[in-house]
Design a binder for this molecule. Structure first.
Ligand SMILES: [Zn+2]
Length: 189
């Protein structure tokens, strides 16, 4: 169930319910505002070091405090999705990145009150990037081997992404040019 809202954010009247295209919507009887309750967009950046370890951050606040995630955040209303990914990563880890390909896109349903669509970009540090330092929503950032990530991963979809990264890193699926699987990597690598 989405969060309940009682009042119209535009005019302040009490919201009612109305079926639109077969779905029950919160609608304002005074100004006809429809509260669509679409999912928000989240962005995350996957940064691997030279040893193939992934940078994870430990969350410092909220219900998932103490659990680890791929550094991430929300896209602001007037912000380009890639700008948001670079900004969130810089705010949380202190590292400036260039974005590569989209590695994954998933719907996040773990929080019934706030559904999101997550986009995971690959990133590489820009020249002169500083080492990681946790800030904002994180109190620790650390590189982990893909086979040695913490048990306490905050988001179910991060688990999927980490498993997919692990699968991609396996011999025969990786970048070793004399292996048959190398061609699978494709664009931008
Ligand atoms: Zn209204």
């Amino acid at each position: 169930m989405p969060r309940e809202f009682s009042f119209c954010p535009r005019c302040g009247a009490g919201l009612g319910r109305l079926a639109i295209h077969g779905l029950d919507r919160l609608v304002c009887p005074d100004c006809a505002f429809v509260f669509w309750q679409n999912p928000a967009v989240g962005v995350a950046v996957i940064l691997l070091d030279d040893a193939g370890r992934v940078l994870l951050g430990r969350r410092s606040r909220g219900a998932l405090r103490g659990e680890w995630c791929i550094p991430c955040g929300y896209v602001e209303y007037d912000e380009d999705v890639r700008d948001a990914a670079r900004r969130e990563f810089r705010e949380e880890t202190g590292i400036e990145v260039e974005l590569g390909e989209v590695f994954a896109v998933h719907s996040n349903f773990h929080n019934p009150a706030m559904h999101t669509v997550g986009i995971w970009f690959r990133g590489t540090p820009t020249a002169g990037a500083q080492g990681p330092r946790a800030a904002d929503d994180l109190d620790r950032v650390e590189f982990f081997g893909l086979d040695a990530v913490p048990d306490a991963i905050a988001f179910p979809t991060d688990r999927i992404v980490l498993a997919d990264l692990r699968r991609d890193a396996r011999p025969g699926r990786g970048e070793t040019p004399d292996r048959p699987g190398a061609a699978r990597r494709g664009r931008g690598r």
